[in-house]
Design a binder for this molecule. Structure first.
Ligand code: PAF
Length: 280
């Protein structure tokens, strides 16, 4: 496995591989790797000749300074895991390498980045889109793999690729869960044992919502889902939404759109967790 920190060097190395006719799969990450990331890598390995993983905690997608400072960093351990998983190339740049100058780019994703995560984390999606576009330009992948846990992110990356005509196929991959249903996330390691024991309630609530879909009104479903979650005093809800999967706009009638997805964001103690599920 080769590790690059320099943009010019990785860009030339990938260009050489592509000139030999090899296909390149890309898994962008912020490190603190878990089985969810490794499943993205496995999918890339299954579908491409070369698999490339980036590790970069992107400061401009954090709207909260404390969140950025507390974000887990474990570069050496991450590289060991990637080596074991047979990753071919790692790109782990510094902040100065990625952002030698202040970033001024502003994207317009319409309603997609105004709701849910976009509403609660101002600037988050613009910062995410800036780094993803830059990583695509540097790593030149044929295919890029994103987890559905960050469902809104996946939709915005698809929109970015469409708007900027980026020649990359964006592949959404299903959520990988712990045995008790908690969606795998780098943030889970910040949960106390007590908080960790409550965290599967998010998944249980989503399952319950799926089970109730179409049986009670959307308003009732939302109200009862919120009640279930807040029966645990450690949980502070940011949002529970039921949306059209395509537009991410809220729906108020079960039959108005084809696919309906429930999305949840909450604080468990100090740790912010998100999860989602197609419920219809
Ligand atoms: O999902 C993430 O880990 C990040 O948002 C990403 C896509 C690596 C961009 O920093």
């Amino acid at each position: 496995m080769e590790i690059f920190n320099n943009i010019g060097k990785i860009n030339s190395a990938v260009a050489v591989l592509k000139s030999r006719g090899l296909t390149v799969g890309f898994v962008p990450t912020m490190g603190a790797l878990h089985k969810g990331h490794l499943s993205l890598l496995q999918r890339s390995k299954d579908e491409n000749d070369i698999s490339l993983c980036s590790i970069f905690v992107n400061p401009i997608q954090f709207n909260n300074k404390q969140d950025l400072e507390k974000y887990p960093r474990s570069l050496e351990e991450d590289c060991r895991k990637l080596e074991q998983a047979d990753c071919d190339i790692v790109f782990a740049p510094t902040v100065d390498e990625m952002y030698p100058e202040e970033v001024k780019i502003k994207y317009d994703f319409g309603q997609l980045d105004k709701v849910m995560e976009g509403k609660h984390r101002p600037g988050h999606f613009n910062g995410m889109a800036v780094v993803v576009k830059k990583l695509f330009d540097i790593c030149l992948p044929h295919r890029a793999y994103f987890g559905e846990k960050d469902f809104q992110q996946l939709m915005i990356v698809r929109e970015l690729v469409k708007q900027k005509n980026i020649p990359v196929q964006v592949i959404g991959c299903g959520i990988i869960r712990e045995d008790d249903g908690l969606a795998m996330s780098s943030r889970n390691r910040r949960l106390s044992p007590h908080e960790r024991s409550i965290a599967p309630e998010i998944y249980k609530t989503l399952l319950w919502m799926k089970h109730q879909a179409g049986k009670i009104s959307i308003d009732q479903l939302l109200q009862q889902a919120r009640q279930k979650l807040t029966s645990h005093s450690e949980i502070k809800i940011e949002y529970v939404e039921i949306t059209d999967e395509e537009s991410l706009l809220t729906v108020d009638d079960w039959d108005s759109v084809r696919n309906i997805r429930a999305l949840i964001a909450l604080f468990l103690g100090e740790v912010r967790l998100i999860d989602n599920m197609r419920i219809k």
